[in-house]
Design a protein around this ligand. Structure first.
Ligand code: ADP
Length: 315
């Protein structure tokens, strides 16, 4: 038998006890002998070994779980990449095909001497359409380049002091034509001047993404753009009254390549809001969405007026 026993002084030791019956030549029982050996050292060594095995087992389990998660993440990344290439090539091909077709039609008209096809009004409509397709291509290519920069941690900001209210007014003006085409009217409620230290080009990109999304996902809707500053931060909001976003999708839309698949899916790579979020966060700010299906969406951006750039500032 083995077990803990007590020394005379009260301290414990691990005992191995052997009790043997002692018999004479006839086999009659004479009594018993009892040998108790102190195996404390061995017992402690055995226990340490068992514990080490258990720790090892636990570490193997944890590592296996980590590896399996890493495998799932890698597989998801490969799937996202494949899907991205297929969506990207479709998205790039559509405006290219439209431009090519238009060029062929115009050449044919010229060949046949049909100059009436090129009245000033028609020409202006044709050029507007070309411009729209080229802009679509430019945005796609720029978004792809931004994502490459973001994944390699190379998004660099070029901050300067400027008035955000002025930038909002200019950006809305620049996108007026586009928003008119989708039947959106923009209502501005801007604090007179909100001066801060930010990357002008990147913040223009942020607002432009939100406004073009309003055009795509809330056509015909009024779009409220508000800007205010309270204390140390500026708050910019873009609100539409379009289809809205279900609660289950509200986090997903900020993930690269994620788009909500529904009946009215318009073109896009699912990169705009991801890039927007990264730009805002690189400025030390935050973006959130408040939305109800069928009611519209409100995107709120909070920016520190004087950001402390931890990384990503151009030298
Ligand atoms: P893209 O427009 O290329 O799909 P974004 O990252 O800009 O990429 O948007 C991700 C998704 O979020 C969109 O596919 C759309 O489903 C949803 N979304 C974005 N803005 C709005 C909006 N204002 N109203 C409803 N849905 C929106």
């Amino acid at each position: 038998e083995e077990g803990w026993r007590l020394h005379k002084d009260g301290s414990q030791f691990w005992a191995n006890v052997v009790i043997t019956a002692l018999r004479d030549n006839d086999g009659s029982l004479l009594g018993f002998s009892k040998v108790t050996r102190n195996l404390t050292e061995k017992k402690l060594a055995d226990d340490r070994l068992k514990q080490a095995y258990a720790d090892l087992e636990h570490r193997v389990q944890v590592r296996t779980k980590e590896l399996s998660l890493a495998k799932q993440t890698a597989e998801a990344a490969v799937r996202a990449r494949d899907e991205f290439f297929s969506v990207a090539s479709h998205e790039l091909r559509t405006p290219l095909a439209a431009l090519r077709l238009q060029a062929q039609i115009r050449l044919r008209s010229l060949d046949k001497g049909r100059l009436t096809d090129f009245s000033p009004d028609k020409l202006s409509a044709l050029f507007l359409d070309d411009e729209r397709q080229v802009r679509r291509l430019t945005v796609l290519v720029e978004n792809m380049m931004d994502v490459a920069k973001l994944t390699s941690g190379n998004l660099q900001l070029d901050p300067e002091n400027f008035d955000l209210a002025e930038l909002v007014r200019d950006t809305v003006k620049r996108l007026e034509g586009l928003l008119e085409q989708s039947g959106n009217r923009v209502n501005l409620a801007l604090q007179a001047s909100v001066v801060g230290h930010w990357d002008r080009h990147r913040l223009e990109q942020v607002l432009s993404n939100l406004l073009s999304n309003a055009g795509k996902y809330a056509p015909g809707s009024l779009v409220d753009v508000t800007l205010s500053a309270s204390g140390e931060q500026a708050v910019l909001e873009v609100r539409d009254f379009g289809r809205g976003i279900a609660p289950a999708n509200q986090e997903r839309i900020f993930v690269p390549f994620e788009r909500i698949k529904d009946a009215n899916t318009t073109s896009g790579l699912g990169l705009g809001l991801y890039i927007t979020k990264q730009i805002v966060e690189t400025h030390g700010g935050s973006i959130s969405v408040h939305s109800e299906l069928g009611q519209g969406s409100r995107f709120t951006i909070r920016l520190p007026i004087a950001p402390v750039f931890t990384a990503g500032e151009k030298k």
